[in-house]
Design a binder for this molecule. Structure first.
Ligand code: KIV
Length: 265
């Protein structure tokens, strides 16, 4: 059996000067395919709200929804480190709440770590979860759960004082004991500076090439999300592949050529 990736391996990949690879997954078949392709980290992201459930943003996503996706991913994954996203309002109310909800992902879902959005203001929560031996991945910069405060999905770090605040967020997350931090939607120059200042790995999305690793939403990579994002390279047009396959099936049923004799009993 192939060796399981742990949080210690993630630090080692960074220390060895290699790049960390991370992708989102929300179900069994995607987890099986991405895991056997060799991805280091599978993130059960609350982006499921946008690309799977069709919500307008990630705010409606619930604990039970992420646990459902986590359990499906756990069944398809053999090797990758599995991280579950803590949805909006699952960690903001109180530390006991945050610990309880983080624990649910390990106990009920089979995850090995959780991800939490926020920096300085969420530092004590990260620390409290790490203290009960649940590894935490931080997430700063363009944090989608803060869409209403940010006034939309806006690149962070460009305005006066934002770069200093984001560096302080990154340092707070590291000091609280996080094993890695996602930098989302920040300028490449700022991501490079933060990556240089931190001991733990940075994992970028829309944050340029200088992070310790990269993450993408799998539906963006495969052309299944129906959106074109500047920072997300699309490696396949699965929407086209699926649509063509379905149209062929419809034609075959209508023409009577499916099922054939060989496909019948
Ligand atoms: O929910 C998600 O998929 C994420 C990644 C984009 C980092 O948070």
């Amino acid at each position: 059996m192939e060796k399981k990736v742990t949080v210690l391996d993630i630090q080692k990949i960074k220390d060895d000067g290699r790049k960390i690879t991370m992708l989102t997954a929300y179900d069994y078949p995607f987890a099986r395919i991405l895991d056997s392709a060799g991805v280091d980290i599978l993130l059960v992201g609350d982006s499921s709200g946008s690309v799977v459930a069709g919500y307008e943003n990630t705010l409606p996503v619930t604990m039970d929804e992420v646990i459902y996706h986590t359990r499906a991913v756990a069944r398809g994954r053999k090797k990758a480190l599995m991280v579950s996203d803590m949805p909006f309002m699952s960690y903001q109310l109180s530390i006991p709440d945050a610990r309880f909800n983080a624990g649910r992902f390990l106990k009920e879902g089979g995850a090995e770590a959780v991800k939490i959005e926020g920096g300085v203001q969420i530092k004590d929560t990260i620390k409290a979860i790490v203290e009960i031996d649940i590894p935490v991945m931080g997430h700063i910069g363009l944090t989608p759960q803060s869409i209403h405060r940010m006034g939309g999905y806006k690149i962070q770090g460009r305005k006066e004082g934002q770069a200093e605040a984001l560096l302080a967020d990154a340092l707070a997350v590291e000091e609280a004991g996080a094993f890695a931090v996602v930098l989302e939607g920040v300028t490449a120059a700022l991501a490079e500076k933060i990556t240089r200042e931190l001991r733990i790995p940075t994992i970028g999305i829309g944050a340029g090439p200088h992070c310790s690793g990269q993450v993408l939403v799998i539906h963006d990579l495969l052309g299944l999300s129906g959106r074109k994002l500047k920072f997300a390279r699309q490696y396949a047009d699965m929407e086209k592949v699926m649509s063509e396959a379905v149209k062929k099936y419809l034609d075959d049923v209508k023409s009577g050529s499916f099922p054939s004799e060989e496909e019948s009993f």
